[in-house]
Write a new protein. Structure first.
Length: 195
């Protein structure tokens, strides 16, 4: 006799009637991430609700045993004038902690693939935080490969660096780098002479 099958996730497209389900899951995700005070003021459930109801935004919600346990939000990244191919971007995917490792994320990504195929998108892209190992492994197992590296900095840090990036400071940096190169060459020559 075979083992009983775990319930399969049911995935539905989010509409006006189900948008609050995603907002509730979004709030749950936010609590897990320990948000900053600034983030708490800036993004509210009303802002999320309005974003989900925009015509260009597509979202799917996943349900296990009738309870909402995950969502995925998509956008059309082929609107980028520098992109050659039609592309759907996974802007956000979330599965509740107690529903993980039960096929929910896979079911959501199946909905993403079906949506992309039906809308003629040749590619599916996603941004995965580099520090989240499980997410990176999940997407790698599904065939996602690194395409670009997205670097992020604080606005204030960039401004500090730009203000300090004068001709004199660049010259000083070049001098330091040149001295390091010379020191490495001399050290390498010293090692070869000893042999």
């Amino acid at each position: 006799m075979s083992a009983p099958q775990a319930p399969q996730a049911l995935v539905r497209r989010v509409d006006e009637r189900s948008v609050d389900v995603v907002c509730d899951l979004w709030a749950q995700q936010r609590e897990e991430r320990a948000p900053t005070e600034l983030g708490l003021r800036r993004v509210t459930a009303d802002v999320v609700r309005a974003a989900l109801l925009r015509p260009e935004t597509v979202a799917f919600a996943a349900y296990l045993n009738g309870a909402a346990v995950g969502y995925v939000v998509l956008s059309d990244c082929s609107l980028n004038p520098f992109s050659d191919a039609a592309c759907v971007s996974v802007d956000q995917i979330y599965v509740a902690k107690d529903a993980r490792k039960k096929g929910v994320a896979r079911a959501l990504m199946t909905a993403v693939a079906t949506f992309a195929d039906r809308h003629g998108a040749d590619q599916i892209a996603c941004s995965v935080p580099s520090a989240v190992r499980d997410s990176n492994r999940f997407f790698a197992r599904l065939g996602f490969t690194p395409h670009t590296i997205r670097r992020v900095t604080l606005t204030a840090a960039l401004q500090r660096r730009l203000v300090g990036d004068t001709a004199e400071s660049r010259f000083a940096l070049d001098q330091v780098l040149a001295r390091r190169r010379v020191a490495r060459i001399r050290a390498a020559q010293g090692r070869f002479a000893a042999h």
